[in-house]
Design a protein around this ligand. Structure first.
Ligand code: FES
Length: 152
């Protein structure tokens, strides 16, 4: 799939003259596309005159970067021990069936990505779901549908 790469020039021009801008540029590119498409990464490396392998090694080193399409909304379901005993697996199963994807996947319309996480540090509030950084505590299976639909 080809992407509109015209924004890449604008992003790089913004940092013109600055040293060591690769990570900052990649962050901006990821913000623009919501992930790092291969053609965008190649264009960044070409413009910065660095090997594509260097771009890949930075993009794969930092967990914040994604080389696969990511949805506009990131849904993280906690399956740490406390959330697990409070019904986390049932919440995960409901989210999976609601979105039609499994852990680590993204919906075809690029609306949602799903990931399981191990403890978000608020165990007393389990089971916990985080959507786009916003935590939802003591989530009931029956509320999962409404909760996700709020992020259309
Ligand atoms: S186990 Fe889920 S927040 Fe700690």
């Amino acid at each position: 799939m080809e992407h509109d790469l015209s924004k890449i020039d604008q992003i790089i021009d913004k940092y013109k003259g600055d040293e060591g801008i690769l990570i900052q540029v990649l962050q901006d590119v990821q913000t623009e596309y919501n992930w790092l498409p291969e053609d965008a990464l190649a264009k960044v490396c070409q413009r910065l005159e660095i090997p594509l392998s260097q771009g890949y090694s930075v993009a794969t080193f930092y967990k914040a970067f994604s080389l696969t399409p990511r949805g506009r909304h990131l849904v993280s379901v906690c399956l740490g021990t406390a959330c697990h005993v409070r019904g986390g697996p049932k919440i995960m199963a409901k989210v999976e069936s609601q979105l039609g994807i499994n852990d680590g996947e993204t919906t075809d319309d690029l609306k949602y990505s799903l990931e399981k996480v191990n403890c978000l540090g608020c165990c007393a509030l389990g089971p916990v779901i985080v959507v786009d950084g916003e935590a939802h505590a003591k989530v009931a299976v029956s509320k999962v549908g409404d909760l996700l639909e709020a992020y259309q």
